[in-house]
Design a protein around this ligand. Structure first.
Ligand code: GLN
Length: 482
């Protein structure tokens, strides 16, 4: 069953070839067998998922209508709410926090009859690129357990790569869907900002955060987007657009892709070779390639580190020991409740970002940092708009190297550099997808990234599908076939 895609397993269930109970049991068993090594899950919803499976089998036997994701096993990143379950954000701060309501994406999955298997591991509050910042335990890369799965949605990507679930949700503030998807050899899609509701997602950088799917095929990404890509009145930034069908296409005639040659030169030579191979597949499909200058993107990381930390410092102010989560036992008065609870509840990376964000927003520094970063963000948005006058999408590698070994990047600044190719799409709110593009010499997966104009989510998915169908590298099996 785990060799099927989500679309295939859904069709097999509808046809009566597989029961929902057998599907749920199969994936629960795989989690039990493989996850002690991988560490993708923080909690398993065994009882709930088995009850849901029985309900689906009953509905099917009574010929009742079934949802668009009926019997599809899905994992949810543990910064999204499932009512009554813990939403930990992989933080000591929220390790006992039970969600009082469903996130909109979770509600939509439930309405469409998905099987929700459990909650996945992440960097604490989604801050990181390696999953090493989880305050519980790090997740491992299924391709090499010594390596990181990427982050922050590392648990989600690892769970799909090992086929412990067929779809998982991620949240992408600066690359957290696409980077782990690339490092784990699966597909990851960050929709246009506002396409998927953030209601019930614990906020990190609200002007950058976007929920999206991780899956084993582009078709499964389209199927999931059809369900979750809709307007939600609970999220003020949710776009008022009708849901799309994401039809798939396989030719790229008349399509022009831009590649920013100089920007890519900083990446690993193997990444560059792999990228150029992917570009030649696009040419074979009929696409025209033009070179563009996007040197302004070299400021992306600096801009992101100012804006994301500024927003995080205000978003995380609510974790004060009173309203949510942990209250330190050693606190004696009001001030020490705040101080001690935040001292005990947050890990080092979260504290570092809160301090940086507070600094860039402080009255003496705001103009020099925050306001200036906003201006450069606008220039980056304009640079993209300019490129899309003459091209339909931009091609980039997803990451500048393949998965690195755990513990090998010690300096947080070096880890921030990991996100150089993914952050620009968040700053400009653009849809972007990472699709597997083969392996490096160490046998670790790499990804091709396609970034499109605002609202062109369907086109981006179509280009990725065309590439996936044509490239001999795009259909990467699981390292956990058995
Ligand atoms: N790796 C980036 C960071 O550390 C992005 C995280 C994210 O997208 N949630 O902030």
């Amino acid at each position: 069953m785990h060799r099927l895609t989500a679309s295939q397993i859904h069709r097999a269930f509808l046809k009566g070839e597989l029961s929902a109970k057998a599907i749920a049991e199969h994936f629960l068993k795989r989690i039990q067998l493989h996850d002690p090594k991988i560490g993708a899950f923080l909690s398993i919803l065994e009882t709930k998922v088995l009850l849901k499976a029985e309900e689906l089998d009953r509905k099917r036997s009574q010929n009742q209508p079934l949802g668009k994701l009926a019997a599809v096993p899905i994992a949810i990143k543990d910064n999204m709410h499932i009512q009554g379950e813990i939403t930990s954000c992989a933080s000591q701060m929220l390790k006992n926090y039970r969600a009082p309501f469903d996130a909109t994406v979770v509600r939509l999955f439930e309405e469409e009859d998905a099987l929700l298997l459990g909650k996945t591991n992440l960097d604490e509050f989604a801050m990181g690129s390696s999953n090493e910042n989880s305050s519980f335990f790090p997740a491992q890369n299924p391709w090499n357990l010594k390596c990181v799965p990427g982050g922050s949605s590392g648990g989600s990507a690892a769970s799909v790569a090992a086929r412990l679930s067929l779809i998982a949700t991620g949240s992408d503030t600066g690359g957290s869907i696409r980077q782990p998807a690339a490092l784990c050899g699966v597909v990851g899609f960050k929709p246009t900002y506002g396409r998927v509701s953030r209601y019930g997602l614990v906020a990190f950088g609200s002007s950058l955060d976007q929920i999206g799917p991780i899956a084993t095929s582009v078709e499964d990404i389209a199927m999931t987007m059809n369900v979750i890509g809709r307007h939600c009145p609970h999220d003020a930034t949710s776009l008022e657009l009708p849901p799309e069908n994401y039809p798939l296409k396989t030719d790229l005639n008349e399509i022009t892709f831009a590649i920013p040659k100089h920007f890519i030169e900083s990446s690993d030579p193997e990444v560059q070779t792999n990228f150029l191979e992917a570009v030649s597949v696009m040419k074979e499909l009929g696409a025209k390639i033009i070179e563009v200058d996007l040197s302004i993107l070299k400021y992306s990381i600096a801009v992101y580190q100012i804006l994301a930390t500024a927003e995080a410092s205000t978003n995380l102010a609510r974790f004060d020991g009173i309203r949510y989560g942990l209250r330190s036992k050693s606190a004696k008065d009001l001030t020490s409740i705040y101080q001690q609870s935040r001292h005990d509840g947050f890990g080092n990376e979260v504290k570092r970002r809160i301090m940086l964000g507070t600094f860039v927003l402080s009255s003496g520094c705001k103009d020099a940092y925050y306001t200036k970063a906003q201006k450069v963000r606008t220039l980056i948005i304009e640079a993209f708009q300019n490129i899309f006058q003459t091209s339909d999408a931009l091609l980039l590698p997803t990451t500048s190297s393949s998965a690195f070994e755990k513990g090998s990047i010690q300096d947080p600044l070096d880890l921030y550099l990991q996100d150089i190719f993914t952050i620009p799409a968040n700053l400009a709110g653009l849809p972007a997808i990472s699709v597997p593009s083969g392996y490096d010499k160490k046998g670790l997966p790499l990804g091709l990234q396609i970034i499109g104009p605002e609202l062109c989510d369907t086109s981006i998915i179509q280009y990725a599908y065309a590439y996936e169908q044509k490239s001999r590298h795009a259909k990467i099996p699981s390292p956990y076939e058995k």
